[in-house]
Write a new protein. Structure first.
Length: 98
């Protein structure tokens, strides 16, 4: 097996572990928001994180072909979804308490 492909296959599980740990962390520390818009934003953020998890698992198996090694488009989209989810959760956390 080519060394680049071997390294790529070894490192992909780290992303799945990252998103799993983020889900556990959010699940432990999340507090239900009071305002309807904040509740909706929490729901969207959590759904986005779950979608990222699904994309990471899909990319783990789909982007094995050497033609995907330099680009990894699905992996990039999943990483962007994680960033969006974290930003949305932070915005909900920063909402003024009434």
């Amino acid at each position: 097996m080519d060394m680049g492909l071997r390294i790529m296959l070894r490192s992909r599980h780290i992303f799945i572990l990252l998103v799993s740990l983020m889900e556990v962390g959010i699940g432990l520390y999340i507090e239900q928001a009071k305002k309807p818009i904040a509740i909706f934003l929490q729901w969207v953020a959590t759904t986005t994180l779950l979608a990222a998890h699904g994309l990471f698992v899909y990319a783990f198996f789909y982007e094995v072909d050497p033609i995907y090694v330099p680009q990894t488009p699905i992996l990039h989209k999943a990483a962007y979804l994680i960033v969006a989810s974290v930003i949305m959760h932070i915005l909900v956390r920063l909402e003024p308490k009434s």
